[in-house]
Write a protein that binds this ligand. Structure first.
Ligand code: GLC
Ligand code: GLC
Length: 651
């Protein structure tokens, strides 16, 4: 185990040591920083350096403090920060200043996210630019473009096997175009979100090639072993993530050649996990991160955060050092690219998801529990697990926010807590089996048209793929499906945080029937829900009575209402017991009023009694129809319907 304090200076507290060390590094940085930037240009940098570098020092020491070259490594990091600041474009420095004065900007009810693959949605970066008018029509303020970097030909895990963080896949465009696109998006009020795939690189990244060629310096960038001995020890406790690709966590460096070495590859065999016990890796990736920040990226989606630290005898997921490294990355941004936010991608147990969310770590996080339990409620017609999650697991520290989504580009995994479920009389193991059967159409009476993913006969594990429309039965029964689709989105739009749409879902895009025809995708069922942009569906989005028009119109309306109601700002949520097992209830407080959200998951109309609503003054206003309601009479909610009612609590 590494020491937890930096070397030297006996008798000084950790904080004071950090201050002394900061002072040393600051002097070095002052002397050696780029001269191109005039002295006045360093003012903000120096202020932020003084504020955040001591924290960075402590974090860095937690992981690397035992090393003799600790101070050198830290000084190099300081110099990297200065270089990045010197290169940071002026418009981004102006943005930094604006965000510093409005740090809660991303919790605003104005926020709306969209995510897409550049090639599938628009061909290339130019095509994305041409979609800006549509993004504005939809109301986007946040656009996540899936990985668009140079990657191996054929299967590249949808770009998550990055061969260079500084080169855009030439089929999509160039880095200059990306930087220009980020400015263009910003001019239209849209923040660019990109992945920071920092757990692994592709096996074609220069570091990986040099490691494969036997250069020790680069072998030390990865977890490479001469034979199976150590891998076997690790695999006793690690989880298989892509068992269809390879069992365990390691693969051979070269599949065909006589090379006995094994390399850690949590995901695909061509994605090699970086070795963060080596500070050179942290520094190298810091440079890549700050380079991306300089292209105008405003949110970095921190990919696969749970896996970045490994330790023998553990599951090698969500270890304390993973958090330390994220905080250290965060501190770097606070100094040299302060407007950049992190979004955590931890699709793990809800206790673990929460540990990544804090202003000094990841300010944003996917909300995989709410996502999964929305689907759970759709299948069971009883939102009790979802209600429990909203009550017990929704609250977040100030300065952070959820990203609420109905589905993403990945599979749906049932990441709820077995203990939570047990308290409601639900057996987690059996329930997951039911949910998998339901969504892969193996359960009698299921409306879902989904596909299993990474079914593991050894462990019984399985996840689900499909577009929102297909999983909710649009092809079979459009009437009910449209309502279900809007109901699912109503949850993501109203619980608080940034709602995130998988672009195409807002016009009811169905599964891609041809997904398996591409040999590079055939082994990965997630491609069933990543079809190309549905041109025909988009053309019909203004036809009032078409399926597409009803979904698009319904979602647009929610976006507008959300924007118009100040109660939807921020994350505060108060549970509301509807005393009807099919109806989910929660309140969004704001000033003297609240929005009461009621969502009926059953296939029949449901009633919430006047007595249940008697804590409010009798008059309520439903936002959708702008209709006045007398709550004393109770409320009848249509099958798969939802109501957003402005109410005044009785004093
Ligand atoms: C993340 C991505 C997923 C990818 C994996 C490996 O989980 O969302 O698509 O397969 O990381 O990079
Ligand atoms: C696993 C990982 C998650 C990733 C997914 C990709 O569930 O925990 O991070 O997104 O695999 O399929």
């Amino acid at each position: 185990m590494p020491n937890t304090s930096p070397p030297g200076i006996p008798g000084l507290s950790q904080e004071n040591q950090a201050r002394v060390i900061t002072e040393c590094v600051r002097q070095q940085v002052r002397e050696r920083r780029p001269a191109e930037l005039p002295e006045t240009g360093w003012k903000d940098f120096d202020r932020r350096f003084d504020e955040h570098f001591p924290r960075l020092t402590l974090l860095f020491a937690e992981v690397y403090g035992h090393r003799e070259d600790f101070l050198e490594q830290l000084t190099e990091l300081g110099l990297q920060l200065a270089r990045s600041w010197a290169e940071r474009p002026d418009d981004l420095k102006a943005l930094d200043a604006r965000r510093e004065h409005d740090p809660a900007w991303f919790g605003s009810r104005q926020m709306l996210g969209g995510v897409c693959y550049v090639d599938r949605y628009a061909g290339n970066l130019r095509g994305i630019r041409e979609q800006i008018p549509y993004f504005q029509e939809l109301g986007l303020t946040y656009l996540h473009l899936m990985p668009l970097f140079e990657a191996p030909e054929g299967n590249s895990d949808g770009g998550y096997a990055v061969s260079s963080y500084r080169r855009v896949d030439p089929r999509l465009g160039t880095m200059e175009e990306l930087a220009e696109l980020s400015r263009e998006l910003r001019r239209h009020g849209i923040s660019l979100v990109l992945d920071f795939v920092f757990n692994h690189t592709s096996n074609e990244h220069e570091w990986a090639r040099r490691a494969a060629a036997g250069e020790t310096e680069y072998e030390d960038y990865y977890w490479i072993f001469p034979d199976r001995t150590v891998p076997e020890q690790f695999e006793r406790t690690t989880r298989e993530i892509f068992p269809d690709d390879h069992p365990g966590s390691f693969t051979r460096i070269r599949a065909t050649e006589e090379d006995p070495r094994w390399v850690w590859s949590t995901f695909y065999s061509f994605q090699w996990d970086l070795n963060y016990t080596n500070p050179a890796v942290f520094r190298a990736m810091s440079a890549e991160m700050l380079f991306l920040a300089a292209q105008g990226v405003e949110v970095l989606r921190m990919d696969a955060v749970a896996f970045i630290w490994k330790q023998l005898g553990t599951a090698c997921e969500s270890l304390p050092q993973a958090h330390v490294l994220l905080r250290a990355y965060n501190a770097l941004c606070r100094i040299a690219a302060p407007s950049v936010l992190f979004k955590s991608e931890a699709i793990v147990h809800p206790d673990e998801v929460a540990r990544y969310i804090e202003p000094g770590q990841c300010q944003l996080s996917y909300n995989p529990l709410q996502m999964a339990l929305t689907w759970e409620a759709m299948a069971t017609r009883e939102p009790k697990l979802l209600a429990q999650a909203l009550e017990e697991r929704h609250a977040l520290p100030p300065g952070t926010a959820w990203v609420d989504y109905v589905r993403g580009h990945d599979d749906i995994g049932w990441t709820f807590s077995d203990e939570d479920a047990a308290r409601l009389g639900v057996d987690g193991h059996d329930h997951r089996r039911f949910l998998n059967a339901f969504y892969t159409g193996r359960h009698p009476g299921s409306f879902a048209d989904g596909v299993p993913f990474q079914e593991n006969p050894r462990t019984g594990d399985c996840r689900v793929c499909g577009t929102t429309a297909s999983l909710l039965g649009l092809a079979e029964d459009p009437g009910a499906a449209v309502d279900r689709i809007l109901l699912a989105h109503s949850v993501a739009m109203s619980t608080g945080g940034v709602p995130l749409l998988y672009l195409g879902d807002e016009v009811g895009q169905l599964n891609d029937p041809a997904w398996a025809e591409d040999p590079a995708h055939a082994g990965d069922a997630r491609w069933v829900h990543r079809p190309p942009r549905p041109v025909r569906d988009y053309e019909r989005r203004h036809e009032l009575f078409s399926v597409q028009g009803r979904i698009f119109g319904g979602i647009r309306r929610m976006v507008e209402l959300r924007r118009s109601a100040p109660e939807f700002d921020g994350n505060a949520l108060i549970p509301f017991d509807t005393r009807n097992p099919h109806v989910l209830g929660y309140q969004r407080p704001g000033g003297n009023t609240m929005i009461l959200c009621l969502a009926n998951f059953s296939d029949w109309s449901q009633f919430v009694t006047g007595e249940t609503l008697s804590g409010f003054l009798p008059q309520g206003v439903e936002l959708h129809g702008n209709t006045e309601l007398d709550l004393r009479h109770g409320l009848l909610i249509d099958a798969h319907g939802f109501l957003w009612i402005r109410v005044v609590p009785k004093r």
